[in-house]
Design a protein around this ligand. Structure first.
Ligand SMILES: [Zn+2]
Ligand SMILES: [Zn+2]
Length: 203
């Protein structure tokens, strides 16, 4: 493992949080750190940074998003992360007053990455926690040995438009189920406030 890339080794708690050891979470972690540095901002404590991930579901490497959350503090729970469902290994990092930046994994990196033994196990349906640790570590170490520009392409996106939703503390009671529902999601049915499931309307 190259000492120069040691800052990109995720902390142990990141693997704990993620649940298994794999090479994807660390790639997201590194992407997140690079994006913070490029934007010139610190790890997000509150609600400024937003990350728009281009990943989808049912394909490899969605684990990257856990690494991005760990590195940036832009978590799903703080509603700072969203997905476009485009099935691309890319993310745009948006911060108020800064030029947004987009990171994407390079195709030739992915080709070399995919040749590691780790992927033979995955393609046979072996879950990452069941893959021999040395096999997983081999591919993690390989990624850490590479310079940033062997893995990621980065671009500035001055035209990227993003508007975080405006927050509101207002709440109503659904006239059908009696449960609380935040204002933005209240629908009217027969002149009465209802929640979306009780409304019969699509979200
Ligand atoms: Zn994973
Ligand atoms: Zn209801």
């Amino acid at each position: 493992m190259s000492d120069t890339n040691m800052p990109y080794v995720p902390p142990a708690w990141a693997f704990e949080f993620h649940g298994h050891r794999c090479p994807f979470m660390p790639l997201g972690y590194r992407m997140g750190l690079l994006a913070l540095e490029k934007l010139g901002v610190a790890r997000e404590k509150d609600h400024a940074l937003h990350v728009i991930c281009e990943l989808g579901e049912g394909h490899p490497q969605t684990c990257m998003m856990d690494g991005i959350q760990v590195a940036t503090g832009a978590t799903f729970g703080k509603t700072l992360m969203e997905k476009t469902f485009w099935g691309k290994l890319a993310a745009t990092f948006w911060y108020p007053g800064k030029t947004p930046v987009r990171y994407v994994l390079k195709p030739d990196f992915l080709d070399r990455f995919g040749a590691f033994e780790f992927f033979q196990y995955r393609k046979q349906g072996v879950e990452p926690s069941a893959i021999p640790e040395a096999v997983t570590q081999e591919v993690i170490d390989w990624t850490l040995s590479l310079p940033d520009d062997a893995i990621y392409s980065v671009s500035e996106r001055p035209d990227f438009q993003y508007q975080p939703p405006k927050g509101s503390f207002n709440r109503s009671i659904c006239s059908v189920c009696g449960e609380s529902v935040f204002e933005r999601y209240v629908r009217m049915k027969d002149g009465k406030p209802v929640c979306i499931p009780c409304s019969g309307y699509k979200a």
